[in-house]
Design a protein around this ligand. Sequence first.
Ligand code: GLP
Length: 221
Amino acid sequence: MEIKIQKDYSELSSTVADIVKHQIQRKPNSRLILPTGSTPIGLYKELVNRKLNWKKVETFNLDEYLDNTIWEQSYRYFMDENLFKHINIDDDNIYFPGDTAIWPEMSYGENADLCILGIGTNGHIAFNEPGSSFDSETRVVDLDEQTIEDNSRFFDSVDDVPKQAITMGLKTIMKSKKIVLIANGVHKYKILNVAMNGGVTEKVPASILQKHNNVEVFYCD
Ligand code: GLP
C-alpha cells in the first residue's frame, strides 16, 4: 500500500483536514469516526480554523479508557478541549463507546462515511491490540504493556494509566466507506510499513486495512 509522505506535521494535518472538510461539505449529515492521541491534535486545530458546519454531523470516537477516576486524561475530555467545544456540533450527535445509552449496542459506529485512525507503536488501531480478532466489534479490552508504557506520557506515572478500555472493533472500522490513517514521527515508520506492506495478520491489527478498498495513509517524520 502507498504511504503518502508529507513534508511536515503541518502539511499532514491540513491535507487530512481537507478530506474531512470535503466530506462534510458533500454530506452535511456525515458519520465520522474520530481518533485521539497526539497525532490528530494538528488536524483538529485545522478543522476548528476552517469553521465548518458541524450541525448535522455525527461523530463516533474510536475508544475510551475504562476508568471513572480520570477525567482530564479521558478521551472525551481530549475531544471536548481539542475539537467539540470550538465547533457547532450538536451534543446529541457525539458518541463514545461506553455511553450508557448505546452500550453494548453492537451497531456503534457502523457504516461511517469516513474513519480517521492513528496507529500505536505495536500496530494497534483504536485499542485493538495485537491478537485482536479481525471479526471484533465494540468491546472491553485489556491494554497491552507497550500501550500502557506509550500512553504513560499523559499521566503522572505508568501506574496511573488505566489497564482497560472500551474500543470499537476491527470489523466495525472496516465497515467505514473510507478510512484515513495518519502517523507522525520516525518511531512510527517501521510499524506503519509492516502494517501496510507486510503480511495481513491479527498480530498486527492495522494490517487489516490492506483488505479495504478505500484507504489513504499519510505519514510525516
Ligand atoms: C492511543 C489510541 C489510538 C491512537 C494511539 C496513537 O493508544 N487508543 O487510537 O492511534 O494512541 O497515539 P499517538 O498519536 O499519541 O501516537
